[in-house]
Design a protein around this ligand. Structure first.
Ligand SMILES: [Zn+2]
Length: 279
């Protein structure tokens, strides 16, 4: 269970989430937020086609609206602000929010239609891959043809299956790279964890469970190596401190003195992620 995802409609505000596994959530385009934060659907005030939600945050000092790359809208509200004030806030800014949301969705749709992209720039690994449709029959598959060249073989007719094939390749590739890097940093800095898993996630860069499973977002492949290193240290530090306490940040700072700068760079890291990742 992760508190940074949209809970189902059955979850009422203020009800604690059962058996929370992930203790940390570094959100795409947002600050890491404490476990008290919730995302709740906001029926009736968003437009019908976009994905709207309200997130209560103990860190928020005022109401704010955020429109993500995909057009998704998030209203962040301090814990004690009433529904009425949230609705007023939305009404005042509705025009801007809906315009940005429409633009985001249009951009995402165009990008999805233009799949595959001509190239894949994986900043985290210092790699630049050209993509080429090689044709053929059967399920699409990605084959490394040469240094810097990825061929997608198989039936090119279905863009969703093509995208899936590229995503599968990228996930395996990132798992190998990030797995080696995580193991290296853990050994060097004296951390231990159980296992690493990679997933494509819309809202989180990484998390660490109480059992020591570190989950990383595949989209880290598009971030700078220094930023990735910071996130790995952040998640490893959670193997000692399952919170964002002062002791946790001391532990991070010990291994990554520039963590503040890198943390804020990661907040905007979704800008580096190509839109086809989230059609
Ligand atoms: Zn964290």
């Amino acid at each position: 269970m992760s508190y940074s995802k949209l809970p189902g409609p059955s979850l009422a505000p203020g009800v604690p989430l059962p058996d929370r596994v992930a203790k940390c959530a570094l959100e795409l385009g947002r600050e890491a937020h404490p476990p008290a934060a919730r995302q709740l659907p906001l029926p009736g005030i968003g437009d019908q086609t976009a994905d709207w939600s309200v997130r209560r945050s103990s860190r928020a000092r005022r109401l704010s609206a955020r429109v993500f790359h995909s057009g998704r809208v998030e209203i962040v509200a301090p814990l004690r602000v009433s529904q009425r004030r949230i609705a007023d806030f939305v009404a005042r800014h509705r025009e801007w929010i809906e315009r940005k949301s429409r633009e985001g969705r249009a951009r995402a749709n165009t990008a999805a239609a233009q799949f595959p992209p001509p190239q894949l720039v994986l900043a985290a690994f210092g790699e630049h891959w050209r993509l080429h449709l090689a044709g053929g029959k059967g399920a699409p598959r990605v084959v490394v043809r040469d240094t810097g060249l990825l061929a997608i073989t198989g039936d090119p007719g279905d863009p969703r299956r093509l995208r899936r094939a590229v995503l599968d390749w990228l996930t395996r590739h990132a798992q190998a790279h990030l797995g080696a890097r995580l193991a290296g940093i853990a050994a060097e800095a004296g951390f231990s964890y159980q296992r690493l898993q990679l997933r494509l996630q819309r809202t989180r860069w990484g998390s660490c469970s109480a059992r020591g499973t570190i989950s990383l977002n595949v989209c880290l492949a598009f971030q700078r190596p220094e930023v990735v290193r910071y996130l790995l240290i952040h998640e490893l530090a959670h193997t000692r401190h399952m919170n964002h306490s002062a002791r946790f940040w001391d532990c991070v700072a010990q291994h990554c003195p520039q963590w503040r700068t890198l943390d804020s760079e990661l907040l905007d890291g979704w800008r580096q992620v190509p839109p086809w990742m989230f059609p």
